[in-house]
Write a protein that binds this ligand. Structure first.
Ligand code: AMP
Length: 205
């Protein structure tokens, strides 16, 4: 049966890195609203452009995000959802569209989140994630093309974390109360975190 995995966690918890690996491991779609929105930042919608919200660390309106998820789910057999749902109304919407085979929460403390986010760099060609202190590429050509996301500056990171505590923590509590959530320590080495996630995914399948 195809895996339908939900990965929850704060910005910087490692959802992107782990989702990418899960998608490869299980041959499923990586559905990430953040990447989809970044690719369409200046798209005009009736609520304005995604950029107006993203650059302020706010949530893009549900109607815009739900539409992205709808289209992605229609094309996907199995999937790993990364960055969605981010509030209770999105969680409700999701539950009307599909059920899940596993829901995981990557737990990382705030100091570590801030350190990870502000040092994060991205390879725009592959989407691979690096870090100025912990993990830079050996290849100079890759290093030269790395970029910092507009919203990974210290100022916007604070706003994004605020948004996370206000809107997304209730989503995590919601899945926890349903007894459907498995918590994973997200501060371990990425390989170790991946192993713990796959253990959960395989035991729940
Ligand atoms: P991410 O790459 O997941 O950190 O997302 C970057 C930004 O995109 C967020 O700070 C939000 O502005 C926006 N965004 C991503 N996913 C969602 C979502 N599910 N709901 C609303 N806004 C989102």
């Amino acid at each position: 049966m195809s895996k339908r995995i939900l990965l929850l966690g704060a910005p910087g918890a490692g959802k992107g890195t782990q989702s990418k690996r899960l998608a490869e491991e299980y041959g499923i779609e990586h559905i990430t609203t953040g990447d989809a929105l970044r690719a369409n930042k200046d798209m005009e919608t009736e609520h304005g452009t995604p950029r107006e919200y993203m650059d302020a660390g706010d949530l893009v309106p549900d109607a815009v995000v739900n539409e992205i998820v709808d289209a992605a789910l229609a094309d996907a057999d199995g999937f790993v959802l990364d960055g969605y749902p981010r509030n209770l109304s999105q969680a409700e919407y999701l539950s009307e569209q599909t059920d899940l085979t596993a829901a995981l929460f990557l737990d990382v403390g705030e100091d570590e989140l801030i350190r990870r986010l502000t040092g994060r760099r991205m390879d725009p060609e592959t989407g691979d994630i690096y870090h100025t202190e912990f993990n830079m590429p050996d290849d100079e050509e890759i290093e030269a093309r790395l970029v910092q996301r507009d919203d990974d500056t210290e100022e916007v990171v604070k706003d994004r974390l605020e948004t996370y505590y206000d809107n997304t923590e209730p989503v995590i509590d919601h899945y926890r109360e349903q007894g459907a959530l498995v918590e994973v320590d997200g501060e371990a080495h990425p390989d170790e975190v991946f192993e713990r996630i796959t253990d959960v995914v395989e035991s729940e399948a």
